[in-house]
Write a new protein. Structure first.
Length: 278
């Protein structure tokens, strides 16, 4: 990962750490829970949103609204995933999960509030054109239903579930959020069908690789591992699967030529993350 890329991402991370709080508009204990859950994120989805927005010439305001809306939705999903009724997580982003720091009820209510804010930003604040806002809200709704289906499928997994059962869950959850970024930025950036398809294909492959690497890092942690693809496949096959997805991501954006340079840097970062796995 190049120094300019690292510096750019660090600046972006600091900016979005501030923005996700500024746009929240929720006070009291509910706001405290939401702010706690939002803290510490890598802001990978905002990074991709900003990079895709640059390729398409979208305005910073439009891209910022997309990035914040998706970041809220992502955090809402984590709040639910971590609950004892779901994944029984004991750690999130290096700290105790929100339901442990506060309560199960606080975490669930904060999740609902963040989804609502995601819609509000998309509909009322993120699109000056009402028709565009409604189209973006439909994309948001499609992604949310898909994520819920993915989590429902994960709850039915039995011990020893294979990769063929786990991968569709990752597609509906992690990859779907990255694809949502691509679709929303394509909408605000006025992308033609061919370019929108390229970005969505890239996002799906990038998201698949990202999730497996995350699973590789989490494979030795305490807690629920039934949806961990690295545990199901084993270290070698999981790494090979990541390599395949990274190749697919690079191939997807090749038609963009020099415009794809910063997306290639994002793929390079993921590749370096894989190399750090032992």
């Amino acid at each position: 990962m190049s120094d300019p890329f690292s510096a750019r991402w660090e600046e972006l991370r600091r900016r979005y750490d501030t923005l996700v709080v500024e746009y929240l508009g929720i006070d009291g204990r509910l706001g405290e829970t939401a702010r706690y859950a939002l803290a510490g994120g890598k802001r990978v989805r905002p990074l991709l949103a900003e990079t895709m927005g640059e390729i398409l010439g979208a305005t910073r305001k439009e891209v910022t609204h997309v990035a914040i809306a998706v970041e809220y939705l992502h955090t809402a999903s984590l709040l639910l995933d971590d609950l004892p009724a779901m994944d029984r997580a004991r750690e999130r982003r290096g700290a105790e999960p929100a339901h442990v720091r506060f309560s199960d009820a606080d975490a669930m209510l904060a999740s609902i509030a963040l989804v609502a804010r995601s819609y509000a930003i998309t509909l009322g604040e993120g699109a000056e054109d009402p028709l565009l806002g409604r189209a973006m809200a439909q994309e948001l709704s499609h992604a949310i239903v898909g994520m819920a289906k993915g989590q429902s499928l994960e709850l039915t997994l039995e011990a020893g579930a294979g990769g063929d059962q786990i991968e569709p869950i990752h597609q509906r959850k992690t990859s779907a959020l990255f694809v949502l970024v691509a679709r929303l930025v394509s909408s605000v950036g006025g992308a033609d069908v061919a370019t929108a398809t390229i970005l969505a294909r890239f996002a799906a492959a990038f998201g698949a690789a990202y999730q497996i690497i995350d699973d590789l890092h989490d494979r030795d942690l305490d807690g629920e591992q039934r949806g961990n693809l690295a545990c199901a496949l084993g270290l070698g096959p999981a790494r090979a699967r990541v390599d395949a997805h990274l190749r697919e991501a690079r191939e997807a954006i090749a038609p963009l030529g020099v415009a794809s340079a910063r997306l290639v840097q994002c793929v390079d970062w993921l590749s370096e993350s894989l190399e750090a796995v032992r």
